[in-house]
Design a protein around this ligand. Structure first.
Ligand code: ADP
Ligand code: MG
Length: 602
C-alpha cells in the first residue's frame, strides 16, 4: 500500500486551530486587546460593527512591529513573548501561545497597519484566509491597528452558528469590561457602529468601576486588601445590601488575567455568609497577585482557567480579605450594634422582602453566639424596624375563562373539594379520583400563555408602581433590554432610560403575586439569559417563559381558597393544561381504582 499520510497545509492547520482560539467575535476582541496590552500601549480603542460580525478593529499606541515581525506574527506558534519552556513559569504577558493572530487571519479578512516608534514608515499587510494578499510600506501612527473583517467568511457553518447581534455584542462587552477592569491604568474606548459605548480615561480602579458600571456603584464599594507571603489580594467588593438577583458582575483576576473559578467564587460567597438574601450575588472585582511560578495558566487556549499549586491557601486569603472588606468579622457582639445603622437596615430590608424565615434564620445564627443576650436585645429592637410579611393578596386571573374539562366539570360541593397541602399542592376531588395540582407549575403555565398572548397582541395591562425604582444594569444587559424594549413593554413593564445603563421602572405587569418591580425585572433578564444559553427558542417565547417562571406563585406559599380556585380555573382555561412550557407536569390524577387497590385485602 502506498503512503497516505500528509502534513496539512498551514492554512488548514490554522483554520483548525482557530476553532479553539476564535469561537466568536468576542474571542477575537479579547486576543487583539490582549496583544495591545502586551505591546505596552497606554491607549487602546475598540471599534465594532454588527456586533463584530462585519468589523472588529483594535488600535493601540504600543510598540508596533517591524516589517519582518509583522509578517512573522501571522505564523502559528510565532511569539515574541517566550523563548523557552521555562519562560512559561515567569510569564507576565497575556499571550504566549503565538496562535491568536494566525488563527484570526485564517478565518477572516485582516488588515494590519503597524509602526514601531523609531521607524518613519510602517507596514501594511492584507491577509485573507491565511493568504497574504498585499504587503507594503505605509505612513501610519506609531503603534498597531488590526482590522478584522467578516469573521468566518470562509467557514459558513461557523458564521451561521453565531448568535443574534445582541448576544454577540454582550459577549464582546463582557470581554471588554474584564480587560478594562484589569487595566485601570490604561485608557480604553469602545465604539460600536459609530456610537461610543465606553470612554474610559486611565485612572484608579475605583474610578474605572464607576465609569463602567455607573455612579450608583460609588456608594457600594468596599475596598478589600490582604497580603501573605504567598499572595496579595486586593480590589473592591459591593456591600451586601446592593447584591443583585442577576449574576455577571463578579470578577476575579489572577495576575491581571480574568479567570473563572467556582472554588474562589465560593470563597467570596462564604465571606458574605448570612448577609445576602437568597439567590443574590454581590458585586466584586478582586485581584490576586501571585508569583507566576505558583500557577499554571496553560490549561486551556482561552486561558480563563488557572491551576494554583496551593489552592486552599489562596482560598483562605480571598475569604479573609472579603470578610474584612464587608466588616462581617465585626458581626461579633463586641461592636455597638445600636450604632450600626447598616445592619439594622439590612435586616429590615431582608424582612421587608416578606420573608420572615430569612429574618429568623439570620438571627438564630446570631443567637448561637456566646453573647446571646446582646443579640436577643438587638433582635427585639430590630423587630420594630421590620415590616411583617404582608397578608397574601387575592389574585385575579384575567384569563380564567372557566372552560372546565369534561372530567373535572362535575358539581362537587366546593367546600369539601379543594384544599392545599404542604403549602404546595392543591387537592381536588374529581369523578375519577383525586386531582393533585402543583401550584407553582400550574401558575407558570397560566402566566406563560397569558404573556405569550400579550406579546402577540401587544395588549399588556400594567399597574403603576407606587415608587419608581431605578435599576442599574451592566452595559450588556442594558443593550439587551433596549433591544427588547417593545416586547418588555408588551409584558406590562413600563420603564424609561435614566442615564447611562440605568432605567427607571414605573409600571409592572398587573395582577402578579410577586409585586416587586425591580427584583422581578432583574429576574426576568436573568432567566432570559439562562434560557438563551440553554435553549434555542424564539425571543417572545423566551420572554414569556422567563417571566412566567419568575413571576408566578411559588411552592411554599399559602393560598387562600379563592386563589386556589382561580388557579385551577386558570389552569383548565389554558390551551395546554398538563405541562409547564418546559414540560413538567402541572397536575395528575390519583385514580380511584389505584386508591382502592391500596386497601385491597388479598
Ligand atoms: P502571542 O500573543 O501569544 O504571542 P499572537 O498571535 O497573539 O501570539 O501574536 C503574535 C505576536 O505578534 C506577538 O508575540 C507580538 O510580538 C506580535 N503582536 C501582535 N499584536 C501586536 C500589537 N498590537 N503590537 C505589537 N506587537 C504585536
Ligand atoms: Mg496574543
Amino acid at each position: 500500500m502506498s503512503d497516505i499520510i500528509q502534513l496539512l497545509p498551514d492554512s488548514i492547520a490554522n483554520q483548525i486551530a482557530a476553532g479553539e482560539v476564535v469561537q466568536r467575535p468576542a474571542s477575537a476582541v479579547k486576543e487583539l486587546i490582549e496583544n495591545s496590552i502586551d505591546a505596552k500601549a497606554s491607549a487602546i480603542q475598540l471599534i465594532v460593527k454588527e456586533a463584530g460580525k462585519t468589523l472588529i478593529q483594535v488600535l493601540d499606541n504600543g510598540m508596533g512591529m517591524s516589517e519582518t515581525d509583522a509578517r512573522m506574527s501571522l505564523e502559528r506558534h510565532a511569539t515574541s513573548k517566550i523563548r523557552k519552556a521555562e519562560d512559561l513559569f515567569t510569564l507576565n504577558t497575556k499571550g504566549f501561545r503565538g496562535e491568536a493572530l494566525a488563527s484570526i487571519a485564517a478565518v477572516s479578512q485582516m488588515e494590519m497597519r503597524t509602526r514601531p516608534g523609531e521607524q518613519e514608515l510602517g507596514t501594511c499587510l492584507v491577509v485573507e484566509g491565511s493568504e497574504v494578499k498585499k504587503q507594503e510600506p505605509v505612513a501610519c501612527e506609531k503603534g498597531t491597528s488590526i482590522c478584522v473583517k467578516n469573521l468566518f467568511f470562509n467557514i459558513p457553518a461557523r458564521r451561521n452558528f453565531l448568535k443574534s447581534n445582541p448576544v454577540e455584542l454582550k459577549h464582546i462587552i463582557d470581554e471588554f469590561q474584564r480587560l478594562a477592569l484589569a487595566h485601570a491604568d490604561l485608557q480604553f474606548s469602545f465604539v460600536q457602529t459609530d456610537e461610543v459605548v465606553y470612554d474610559l480615561p486611565a485612572g484608579k480602579l475605583s474610578q474605572r468601576i464607576v465609569n463602567i458600571f455607573g455612579k450608583s456603584y460609588q456608594e457600594q464599594l468596599a475596598p478589600c486588601q490582604e497580603e501573605t507571603n504567598l499572595v496579595k489580594v486586593h480590589g473592591y467588593v459591593g456591600r451586601p445590601e446592593f447584591a443583585r438577583k442577576t449574576r455577571g458582575e463578579q470578577f476575579l483576576f489572577v495576575n491581571q488575567r480574568f479567570i473563572r473559578s467556582n472554588y474562589l467564587h465560593h470563597a467570596v460567597m462564604g465571606a458574605f455568609e448570612n448577609l445576602l438574601p437568597e439567590n443574590s450575588f454581590p458585586f466584586y472585582v478582586i485581584f490576586i497577585d501571585i508569583d507566576p511560578r505558583h500557577i499554571d495558566v496553560n490549561v486551556h487556549p482561552t486561558k480563563t482557567e488557572i491551576k494554583f499549586d496551593d489552592e486552599r491557601a489562596v482560598y483562605a486569603v480571598v475569604r479573609s480579605a472579603v470578610r474584612q472588606a464587608i466588616g462581617s468579622h465585626n458581626l461579633t457582639p463586641a461592636i455597638d450594634f445600636n450604632a450600626d445603622v447598616n445592619i439594622i437596615s439590612k435586616l429590615s430590608q431582608a424582612a421587608a422582602q416578606s420573608n420572615d424565615i430569612y429574618f429568623d434564620e439570620r438571627f438564630s445564627t446570631a443567637l448561637r453566639n456566646p453573647n446571646a443576650e446582646h443579640w436577643e436585645k438587638l433582635f427585639e429592637q430590630s423587630k420594630n424596624f421590620a415590616p411583617r410579611a404582608p397578608e397574601p393578596q387575592v389574585l385575579r386571573f384575567e384569563s380564567s375563562v372557566n372552560k372546565p374539562d369534561e372530567q373535572f366539570a362535575e358539581k362537587v360541593p366546593e367546600e369539601k373539594a379543594l384544599f392545599q397541602v404542604h403549602d404546595r399542592y392543591i387537592m381536588r376531588q374529581v369523578r375519577s379520583g383525586l386531582m393533585i395540582v402543583d401550584q407553582q407549575f400550574a401558575h407558570e403555565r397560566i402566566l406563560y400563555e397569558k404573556f405569550l398572548n400579550q406579546l402577540k397582541n401587544k395588549s399588556a395591562e400594567s399597574q403603576q408602581d407606587l415608587f419608581p425604582q431605578t435599576v442599574a444594569l451592566s452595559a450588556a444587559d442594558f443593550a439587551l433590554v433596549l433591544e427588547m424594549e417593545q416586547e418588555i413593554a408588551a409584558l406590562g413593564f413600563r420603564f424609561e432610560v435614566f442615564g447611562k445603563n440605568t432605567i427607571v421602572i414605573n409600571g409592572v405587569p398587573a395582577n402578579l403575586p410577586s409585586g416587586g418591580g425591580k427584583a422581578l425585572f432583574e429576574g426576568l433578564i436573568e432567566q432570559f439569559k439562562i434560557n438563551q444559553s440553554d435553549l434555542s427558542i424564539p425571543l417572545k417565547e423566551n420572554l414569556a417563559r422567563s417571566l412566567a417562571k419568575r413571576a408566578g406563585i411559588k411552592a411554599g406559599q399559602k393560598l387562600l381558597r379563592e386563589e386556589m380556585k382561580a388557579l385551577i380555573d386558570g389552569l383548565f382555561g389554558c390551551g395546554t393544561s398538563n405541562y409547564t412550557p418546559d414540560g413538567t407536569p402541572t397536575f395528575f390524577v390519583f385514580e380511584l381504582r389505584k386508591i382502592e387497590s391500596y386497601f385491597n385485602r388479598q
